[in-house]
Design a binder for this molecule. Structure first.
Ligand code: BV8
Ligand code: ZN
Length: 248
């Protein structure tokens, strides 16, 4: 599982490291990914649930799906991979996490700069007047709730067919273009436009390292593919980088 000398050298001299993550980085926290055999989409297709038409057609069903997922997220703990990503901040001048995940685990692990490209399951808003409903008590109610205006209250996540938050997109694409090293961790690299980020880094001279137990459409283009669980390989990389820095 040895990270290459090239990677360690690049990290030792890096100004900016971007860590782009997907559901795989939370798998070792016990949170289901989307495409694994027992994954979320094995039971339901995204078309049925993670889109606004599904919500309007059956708000209670979609609300219950998110309540079940949020329950798992709030009960889960950040894993060694999340913590290693947070520890990178002590070794590299600037580290930014750009995540597709909605579980909030990077922030809970201590990462100080997290861009949530697809929103957060820990926040809600009214589908009609867009009023925010961030009261944590809402996350435990099994019945979908209605706003005073009569609109249904929905999770603050980006559904299929919806635009990503413009400010998050602008900053994420800028950072990917400036990154000395971009890690792509635990993502199938299939959902766009997020999946474009590693290619933005590649086009701008960034060193792209994919950490994924499987291969993905990014694998052939990445500089390195580390086919190991993120919770094992990230602590290894951070440990070796720390030793390098201490030895000067
Ligand atoms: C938009 C939030 C339009 C909600 C999510 C045809 C071609 C190209 C694009 C499209 C197309 N048809 C439609 C589109 C667009 C569509 C899209 O990309 N569809 C895909 C399915 C083809 N995209 C959209 O709709 C986006 N919006 O395009 O807007 C528009 C344009 C203009 C104007 C108006 C509108 C919005 C997409 C966002 C959807 N929301 N999530 C929620 O979570 O409920 S998507 C969701 O799935 C994630 O956020 C993530 O982005 C995506 C992929 O999941 P991953 O995170 O990668 O997880 P996955 O399970 O797939 O993979 C896990 C990986 O980890 C695996 O590879 C596994 O091997 C690995 N792994 C597992 N364990 C470990 C591990 N690796 C390391 N260690 C381990 N331990
Ligand atoms: Zn409302």
């Amino acid at each position: 599982m040895q990270p290459s000398n090239t990677l360690l050298q690049r990290l030792a001299n890096a100004r900016l490291v971007v860590v782009f993550t997907g559901a795989g980085v939370s798998a070792e926290s016990g949170i289901s990914t989307f495409r694994s055999p027992d994954g979320l989409w094995a039971k339901f297709s995204p078309q049925e649930l993670a889109n606004v038409d599904a919500f309007l057609r059956n708000p209670q069903l979609v609300w219950e799906w998110y309540q079940a997922r949020r329950q798992a997220m709030t009960q889960a703990q950040p894993n060694a991979g999340h913590r290693a990503i947070a520890a990178l901040e002590t070794l590299i001048p600037k580290v930014v996490v750009i995540t597709q995940n909605i579980d909030g685990l990077h922030a809970r692990a201590g990462s100080g700069d997290v861009i949530e490209l697809h929103g957060s399951a820990l926040r809600n808003f009214c589908i009609q007047c867009r009023r925010r409903y961030d009261d944590p008590a809402l996350l435990t109610l099994q019945e979908v709730q209605q706003c005073q205006c009569g609109g249904f209250i929905r999770p603050d996540v980006v559904w299929f067919g919806e635009m990503l938050p413009a400010d998050a997109v602008e900053r994420a694409w800028q950072l990917a273009a400036e990154a000395t090293v971009l890690f792509s961790v635990g993502t199938s690299s299939l959902v766009w436009p997020a999946a474009e980020l590693p290619f933005v880094a590649l086009e701008n001279g960034g060193y792209v390292v994919e950490i994924n137990t499987e291969t993905t459409p990014l694998t052939p283009k990445a500089h390195e593919h580390l086919p190991f669980p993120s919770g094992a390989v990230l602590p290894e990389i951070v440990g070796m980088l720390r030793t390098m820095k201490e030895e000067g």
